[in-house]
Ligand binder design. Sequence first.
Ligand code: NAP
Length: 281
Amino acid sequence: MTATVLTGKELAAAIRAEAATRAAELTAAGHPPQLAVVTATADESSAWYVRSIARAAEKTGLVCEIHDLGPQAEPGAVRERLEQLSADKAVHGLMLQTPLPPGTTLEELASAIAFEKDVDGANPLSLGRLASGLPAFAPATAEAVVALLDHYKVPLSGRQAVVVGRSTVVGKPAAHLLLDRDATVTVCHSRTADLAAVTRTAEVLVAAVGRTHLITAEHVRPGAVVIDVGTNPTADGGLTGDVAPEVAELAGALTPVPGGVGPVTTALLLRHTVLAADRAG
Ligand code: NAP
């Protein structure tokens, strides 16, 4: 058996098209939706990701401003910029790119992002609300996992889901979203004893680790739906996932890297920004 490839391109295009329609209406009414991205790193893959968000935003009719504070930026300066942008009425969506300068954490700085502009669900308030079942923007990557499962009509209610990774940006929010959909969710991490024994119980397996090809055939139940969130740089300048190629021989369905979760994540950031602009009136 060879796994069905769950590409994200078609879903991403549909989300962007819907966002573009509303963005054009808001722009015509004199309120162009604007996304501001704050970065403070020299990391090349991060810069590539930010440029790809800006390109997608412009194509969709959103304004995207990149605030590059440089890798030497003090945490206080990053926080101050987030506070300024949170107060700026022209800005509707605000995100903080990682990695961050040493001596701080995403949670610490992201609490300066106004909740209503927190389109990547980074403010701890957003995660707390998500965990409490209250309205909030979910981190776009975590939402992309469930959006892809929905798009391909993968049933979740009552099914065993295993998430590998417990970060606040991907693993934990993905687990909450799956739980909200009535899956029975197990979360694994670096201290999980016998990872393969746990992941083999998964009907839906989400790999959000950041380790090239950590998930091999021994980790996967035959027929499982596997969502590969990992984006690991390759020697030739490309990207590869957390799931080894051999898994395609026994999984029922598998997302590609690149071209799976990534494009949906970017499209959802734009959707969130348009929604935030809509709510701002
Ligand atoms: P992270 O903050 O580094 O978290 C990684 C998680 O994996 C941690 O919970 C860690 O466990 C766990 N882990 C590490 N080694 C493990 C092992 N051997 N066995 C089991 N669990 C292990 O990473 P992240 O920010 O969540 O990102 C995860 C991946 O997603 C990365 O490749 C990142 O580039 C990618 N990503 C993709 C998108 C997209 O749009 N496609 C967006 C964001 C991130 P501990 O908690 O115990 O340390």
